[in-house]
Design a protein around this ligand. Structure first.
Ligand code: F6R
Length: 239
């Protein structure tokens, strides 16, 4: 794993530049996308570059990591809605080529065939990740099998509490989600993980300790041949 310590603006630009370079080489590349606060700055840079004519998304396919179960795609807390709002509505991507895992058997993004679908597109060329302070990536909480593919997850009480700030009441927070597994993520050819803020300092320290354990799901990334960690000074303060 390569560690780059930059300020947030530099991180967002550097990842945008990596994607721009990939798309110049491979205009129909497959991107793996995340929600949450970490990638929003990257999405802003991608929108700017697309509007300036520097990046073309017309032939790009995307696969998102995860989605709440039981929220309609139009619900303002669904991850489909998030992606439309923060990226897809503002770039020239073909929405039919954007995928978010689903538990709907009739959906072409049905979770049991999601990994196969990714493979049918040649695999993910470039995966963007954030990390939870407990080391979760996507909705893979501590204890998740390293061999997991896209699966249904019951959310931990702590995650439900954390996420309740986005809902009218805690009882509105979905209790389950569908998430790419750790093996699904490890199948990506290149992975970047964004780790910013002092609340992520312990997570970065643990990731850098190189110990691989299911207690800390992101630690599996130590076994991937091409991972870049983009961290800011606050996150790197315990290194
Ligand atoms: C989002 C996701 C999550 C987040 C993580 C960090 O699709 O899969 O694992 O990446 O919870 O969230 P933020 O970026 O909000 O700190």
């Amino acid at each position: 794993m390569e560690l780059k310590i930059l300020n947030k603006e530099e991180i967002y630009t550097a990842i945008k530049d990596e994607i721009a370079m990939l798309l110049r080489r491979k205009p129909n590349a497959v991107l793996g996308l995340a929600t949450g606060s970490s990638p929003v700055g990257v999405y802003d840079e991608l929108i700017k570059a697309n509007k300036a004519g520097d990046i073309d998304f017309i032939n790009v396919t995307s696969f998102n990591l995860d989605e709440y179960l039981g929220l309609a795609p139009t619900h303002n807390q669904s991850y489909r809605y998030f992606m439309n709002e923060h990226l897809f509505n503002h770039i020239n991507i073909d929405k039919s080529k954007t995928h978010v895992p689903s538990t709907d058997k009739n959906s072409e993004d049905y979770y049991q065939t999601y990994d196969q679908k990714i493979q049918d597109h040649g695999g993910i060329d470039f995966q963007i990740l954030g990390i939870g302070s407990n080391g979760h990536i996507a909705f893979n909480e501590p204890g998740t099998d390293f061999n997991s593919l896209t699966h249904i997850v019951s959310l931990k009480e702590s995650t439900i509490k954390d996420n309740s700030r986005f809902f009218a009441s805690i009882s509105d927070v979905p209790t389950q989600a569908v998430s790419m597994g750790l093996k699904s993520i490890m199948n990506a050819k290149k992975i970047v993980i964004i780790i910013t803020g002092s609340n992520k300092a312990n997570a970065l320290k643990r990731l850098m300790s190189k110990e691989v354990t299911t207690d800390f799901p992101a630690s599996i990334l130590n076994k991937h041949p091409s991972v870049t960690i983009y961290a800011d000074k606050d996150a790197a303060s315990l290194l």
